[in-house]
Design a protein around this ligand. Structure first.
Ligand code: PEP
Length: 337
């Protein structure tokens, strides 16, 4: 059961009492304009009626299909996720997170950071732990990569997003990065989702390669139920019969996710297409489809990149995309962060 309220603290304490008296455990999920109380166990009809009649209670949702903390019905306004350094995802402005697929060295990371920061990105992306399809492929620099990202963030005052693959690494990643990325392959890793949630850091949750929107939202629910409201969804393409692109970017899912939920949604056209020449049109389409921002692979020398060079935008490609994005965002009435 979810109890949606805008009650004062004294009334919230009264709701707590009603639940405790009835042997129901619950967690509070405060937000800017409402507090949602997620209740475990079965509440009887009399308790539900009593809760619904409590002043400040907006709704009591009891149907199993309604138990979604991420639902727009539960919170009508889009969640704004403060990712640090004055950057907000899900606010009025559109955000661009860009950087290398994998962190390779201090020098390369410096060059790429300069390109993306000067070009208008407000978040630096970069993988230290890489989920590669083959074990012989470059697996990332690990802890050394994290240290390079942390240094970049310190020097340039730009928030950093990086992937965490293992629940045992969550604390270390949360110390070096501002946003924990859960990759497509780990969207169903519920222990990792819970651990990332408990870190309190914003979580960027990529959609699984073959996950339905419902499953994607279910994964978000795992993070939200830890009490961490800072969840950002990311559509990155799904597996279909079509081999012309690496995955099929599902912009329909972006529109669905924006209507269904209140969480901000980013789009990653780099991992979706696997081909740099397709990133620009799909990035522009993602903005038009209502995405709150983009996640882009950028590399100053993609031909030497140790991971996914074919999908990385060059510095010139990135500048061109950003120039083309501005009029699209203007038409949408959305500034760039
Ligand atoms: C990535 O963004 O580095 C990545 C591996 O993406 P995905 O999980 O979408 O494949």
């Amino acid at each position: 059961m979810l109890v949606i309220t805008n009650a004062r603290p004294s009334v919230l304490a009264g709701i707590d009492r009603i639940l405790v008296e009835n042997g129901l455990t619950h967690t509070r999920h405060p937000g800017p304009d409402r507090c949602v109380i997620a209740v475990d166990g079965h509440a009887g009809a009399a308790t539900i009626t009593r809760l619904a009649a409590t002043p400040g209670v907006i709704d009591v949702l009891t149907a199993p299909g309604d138990q979604w903390l991420s639902a727009r019905r539960v919170r009508p306004s889009t969640t704004r996720v403060d990712v640090g350094f004055g950057v907000e995802v899900g606010g009025d402005a559109f955000v661009v997170a860009a950087g290398p697929c994998a962190v390779e060295s201090q020098a390369v990371l410096n060059d790429i950071t300069s390109v993306v920061a000067l070009g208008g990105a407000s978040i630096l992306r970069g993988g230290a732990f890489k989920p590669r399809s083959h074990p012989a492929s470059f697996q990332g620099l690990g802890a050394e990569g994290l240290a390079l990202l942390a240094r970049q963030r310190e020097v340039t005052a730009i928030p950093v997003v990086t992937e965490v693959l293992d629940p045992r690494h969550v604390a270390a990643v949360a110390e070096s990065a501002d946003i924990l990325q859960i990759g497509a392959r780990n969207m169903h890793n519920f222990e990792l989702l819970k651990e990332a949630g408990r870190s309190g850091r914003p979580v960027l949750l990529k959609r699984g390669l073959a996950a339905t929107v419902d499953e994607w939202f279910g994964a978000a629910e795992y993070v939200l139920r830890t009490g961490n409201p800072h969840v950002i969804l990311c559509e990155r393409g799904v597996r279909t019969f079509e081999p012309a692109t690496r995955f099929t970017l599902d912009l329909g899912a972006v529109a669905v996710a924006k209507r269904r939920g209140h969480l901000p949604v980013l789009v990653d056209p780099s991992h979706a297409t696997g081909r740099r020449e397709l990133v620009r049109p799909l990035a522009l389409a993602a903005a038009a489809a209502g995405a709150d921002g983009l996640l882009l692979d950028v590399h100053t020398a993609p031909e030497t990149a140790r991971c996914d060079g074919a999908q990385a935008l060059t510095a010139a490609d990135f500048d061109r995309l950003m120039a083309d994005l501005r009029p699209v965002l203007r038409a949408l009435g959305r500034p760039l962060v």
